[in-house]
Design a protein around this ligand. Structure first.
Ligand SMILES: [Fe+2]
Length: 249
């Protein structure tokens, strides 16, 4: 049996603990410490972009940092800042491929005039895709804003006149807050198919960061459903945008 004194001591202890939690909460000391505000988050993105362009970071180092930063995003705050609700309301999702919508960062505190990166939102209806393509001289990354997506990545191992040799690296279901990144040397090809009626992706891309790479930075469309080679590799024929959208859009 518990004495009245012990009972009161425990009650007091709980009350003090509860009061402390409330006090910390009211002062925001229990807020997730690893999530920067979305303004600060964009500032970090501009700083690492500057380091990539200044060659203080290799593309692989930038890619790892971008992925790490992307994972720390406050998704709700990001969706608010880029006005995803308005984008969704005013965007007619295309019958083929993805809609591409811009957003404004000019009012974000502390950002430089020249961000150093391009930015957009992709939107797809159910079953439509950001079709399979690779990139040259580009680092880029996705954050899923809304909906379920089937996302696939491949390393681009070799480039030939009419085909690439690719190796599957990522093949999984992505949901809101999930991220994926691309560089010239890792997971270079991506392909995202929407599995929701209205699905949206946040994208930032840094084009032309390495003056030594002479290939143009446009999308490299290809067919990942090509001849299977030894070692899990795939011979992926080059495609035109039109043909790629016809087959995968
Ligand atoms: Fe891309």
């Amino acid at each position: 049996m518990q004495s009245r004194r012990e009972f009161h001591a425990k009650l007091l202890g709980s009350a003090i603990a509860f009061g402390l939690v409330e006090l910390l909460r009211s002062r925001d000391l229990l807020a997730d410490p690893i999530k920067p505000t979305v303004d600060k988050w964009f500032l970090e993105l501009t700083e690492m972009t500057k380091d990539l362009r200044g060659r203080k970071l290799t593309d692989l180092e930038f890619q790892a940092k971008m992925e790490e930063l992307y994972k720390r995003v406050d998704l709700k705050a990001l969706c608010g800042l880029i006005k995803l609700d308005e984008v969704e309301a005013k965007t007619k999702l295309p019958a083929n491929g993805a809609a591409n919508v811009g957003f404004d960062l000019s009012k974000v505190d502390g950002l430089p005039g020249n961000l150093g990166f391009g930015k957009q939102i992709f939107g797809c209806g159910k079953g439509r895709s950001v079709v399979p393509h690779g990139h040259a001289n580009m680092c880029t990354g996705f954050i899923i804003l809304k909906g379920k997506w089937h996302g696939r990545h491949y390393d681009r191992m070799e480039t030939h006149a009419d085909h690439y040799v690719i190796k599957p690296t990522i093949d999984k279901v992505f949901g809101p807050g999930d991220v994926s990144t691309v560089s010239d040397h890792k997971d270079n090809v991506h392909w995202f198919k929407a599995d929701a009626d209205a699905a949206f992706i946040f994208n930032v891309h840094v084009i032309g960061y390495d003056p030594k790479i002479k290939e143009s930075s446009g999308r490299l469309y290809l067919d990942p459903d090509g001849e299977k080679l030894a070692g899990g590799l795939v011979k992926a024929p080059k495609m035109s945008s039109a043909d790629c959208h016809k087959k995968y859009g």
